[in-house]
Design a binder for this molecule. Sequence first.
Ligand SMILES: [Zn+2]
Length: 609
Amino acid sequence: MSGFDDAFLHEVRERNDIVSVVGDYVALRKAGTSYKGLCPFHSEKSPSFHVHADRQFFYCFGCQTGGDVLSFVREINGYSFMEAVRHLAERAGLQIPERTHQAHGRDDERSRRVGQASRQTRDGLYGINRIALTFFTETLQTLEGAVARDYLEKRGISRETAAHFALGYAPDRWDGLIGALQKEGVDVRLAESLGLVVQKTSGHGHYDRFRNRLMFPIRSVAGDVLGFSGRTLGNDPEAAKYVNSPESPIYQKGETVFGLFEARQAMRKADRALIVEGNVDLVSLSQAGLAEVVAPLGTALTAAQCRLLKRFVPQAVSLYDGDGAGREAAKKAAATALSEGLALSVATLPDKEDPDSFVRKEGRAALDKLIEKAVPAWEYLVGKATDETRAFESAQGKKLAIERLAQVLADLSSPEERTLYTRQLADTLDMDVKLVTDITRSVQRRTPNNEMASGHNTFDAAAPTNEAPLTAGDLRLIELLVLVPEARALYFGRDVETLVSDERTRLIASAVAESEGDIGDALGVIPQGIVRDQLMRRLADSPAPSDGVIEFEKMLKTLRRDAIERELQAVRQNERRALSVRDDDAALLLQLERIKLERQLETFKALRD
Ligand SMILES: [Zn+2]
């Protein structure tokens, strides 16, 4: 299913003890049979985060995050399944087998596309970027780098912060990096494919793309250098302020954000991301203690970037420059975030201020206040649209404002949100909801390829996922299968499967029994939701039974009794039905069956008492 065989995944889990892996991120203390610590996934003062060494899984009673060692690494780093496996395999010094060619849905878009370049090529390209990174960071400390060091000092960026983000300097010449690459024996065509060097138009040879720039490495969530973003330090008004690496086999524009690698844990902790436009703003805010900050790398915030952020946090605050361009970018970001279901709020800086200048002038407390006052994306867009169309001055203005917002409404993925926002808009404009809906519909009809206008997507997304919890008996069964090795043998030996009526229980129970009690495998078959939560809560809390086999036999009796009761109920119902249609033969047979079951049940109860 994952593209790795189960034996390999099993080995990855086995060679990475969960207590030691979690211990890399969280200070743990032994408490009874488990370990406790402050949860890295939500803010808390007393520890409700538990790690079980014998059961190899973790669970937080505060925020209900839990799972096995792979899910921990995924959650805390925002890794895809593939990235998590790779990370843990490397941690344990395991050789990663070549993946089978099966398609698998767990992987993210980037890895899939990047997957097209072979692993070897990819590693080679990361290696070249690492050489470039070393060259840039070292050059920052040389005589040539004085101009960049001066700039950092002027912007109040400390040495520690610069080192934390691995900032560097591309010298003001044509043959800086290329020389370093050649000295390392790098194939210049590969360096060219990464956009580090450019081929001369006349004659042979290559030259540096980045010159006289402060260099920011763009990293993947796993820390690999995907490319660079260079801010000019020269006075040439013709030179672009920022030059970013072009697309390459390992870097796709608009699919990653700058600072994610450094911000990922702070984002989880703060339960939000801050989005700023410029890299220097980002570094400056991080230094001011707002470490959960990322930047979209010169593009308007893209749908892919929203999805990437959503892997870490459900909400974000944008903090764009207080100028015309910044406000336009904020509007676009708000619309994109709405359509991707990222709860974005927009904080507005005073005119002509950027986050860096603001925090240095006004201080951290003033910035916190500004962020607190951030306006939810939809409200922000309504405010802008009504201002720009002077909606409160005329009926025509109102209609224009609604028309401007129609596309945003159409792009919402949730019909509930669409209804809610339409009502909100109607309230704001003091209009009838029906009238607002009519206007948005007429605009959407004029726009081709619109899902809402063509009637798709409206009901599917609305289908409620009402998930019934597992019964106490079913929970106990799974719990004992995890905790008691003998129970797993009994599960198949006694045909327990036939006693279970809930399809989900059967699925989970057989996964546990087959996998020798590996909770990781079992959790893999349960989607996020009530059942998963129920199960983890139970496993985090329950002591191992002193005599597991006796407990299991007791539980089996309950299951058997429940099965008889279910059958009895069905027989009674059929008997009534047969009687009502005067099918006497059938009724008689059913009566005999009923009596047999009733006796069985009595025997059972007698045994128990
Ligand atoms: Zn928690």
